[in-house]
Design a protein around this ligand. Structure first.
Ligand SMILES: Nc1ncnc2c1ncn2[C@@H]1O[C@H](COP(=O)(O)OP(=O)(O)O)[C@@H](O)[C@H]1O
Ligand SMILES: [Mg+2]
Length: 265
């Protein structure tokens, strides 16, 4: 289970993303990027953040540490922004927090080089979790203290919105043409050789075990949270098999060749 802290102060909204996460201070004096349980995207976004974030960490990627954040909506009473006020009001109870990487800057492919090996690892991982949210338009990667960090896994595992079609959906190919790291010549085969053997059922169950019960309760078609956890583990395990053969990395859509894509935006 995730470590749990309590929010003591709402600091500011983070407006770069779509879901309006908030920067909060907690009773351990840490600063966290908080993803609201009451946000329109729903609790599955939080489940995806936990499973994929913990899996990424276990596979050796740099990802911010995750915590559960207990929120008493009263801390937002003085918040002037209506949208933020609404989010705080509807998110009483447990929310998700990510350690705030103070001073991190958004990944810019023109300013930060990535090796084919590292690019391959990220692309293979994103293919595994069906992440569609790491494109050059919206990389969801940060550079902090000279290293590349992965954030924002909320839009992955699209198949968990329709469990009946999950297995078929997980068997589908992954088109990485639009991936932010596609231009770095990702060594997907090398990454698969290193990472695929590590993705075992035990490892996946460890990651799923970190998801708070409340976010898995009453899932239609399941007997309880552990049943849902097993479904996540088995779907991801199935997807990992032979995945590298199903990944295509072409030229980024809408741009021609590697020279064209490097034009300043
Ligand atoms: N752990 C973090 N440390 C520092 N900044 C972060 C962190 N997580 C997110 N951010 C900043 O907040 C923005 C929105 O966060 P993100 O997780 O991408 O949410 P969204 O679902 O809104 O896209 C990011 O683009 C980044 O600038
Ligand atoms: Mg984002």
């Amino acid at each position: 289970m995730l470590t749990e802290v309590s929010a003591t102060r709402y600091v500011t909204p983070l407006r770069e993303g779509g879901s309006l996460p908030g920067l909060v201070e907690a009773d351990d004096l840490g600063l966290y990027v908080m993803k609201f349980s009451g946000a329109g995207q729903g609790r599955k976004t939080l489940v995806a953040e936990v499973i994929c974030g913990q899996l990424a960490r276990r596979l050796g990627f740099r990802v911010p540490g995750l915590v559960g954040i207990a929120l008493d909506p009263v801390i937002g009473l003085g918040e002037p922004d209506q949208e933020v006020q609404g989010l705080l009001k509807s998110s009483g109870g447990l929310n998700l927090g990510m350690e705030f990487l103070s001073g991190a800057i958004g990944f810019d492919p023109l300013a930060y080089g990535v090796t084919a090996e590292e690019a391959g690892r990220v692309v293979w991982f994103d293919a595994l979790i069906n992440n569609v949210d790491r494109s050059w338009r919206n990389p969801n990667m940060l550079v902090w203290r000279g290293d590349l960090w992965l954030i924002d896994h909320g839009a992955s595992m699209i198949w968990h919105h329709n469990w009946r079609g999950a297995e078929a959906s997980a068997a589908k190919p992954y088109d990485a043409a639009d991936h932010a790291l596609a231009p770095f010549g990702p060594d997907v085969k090398g990454a698969a050789a290193e990472l695929a053997p590590q993705v075992t059922e035990d490892l996946l169950m460890e990651c799923a075990a970190e998801v708070p019960e409340a976010w898995l309760a009453d899932e239609p078609g399941f007997e309880g949270p552990d049943d849902v956890r097993r479904a996540y583990a088995s779907t991801l395990l199935g997807r990992a098999r032979g995945l590298a053969e199903r990944i295509t990395v072409g030229a980024p859509a809408g741009r021609t060749g590697t020279a064209g894509w490097r034009e300043p935006r």
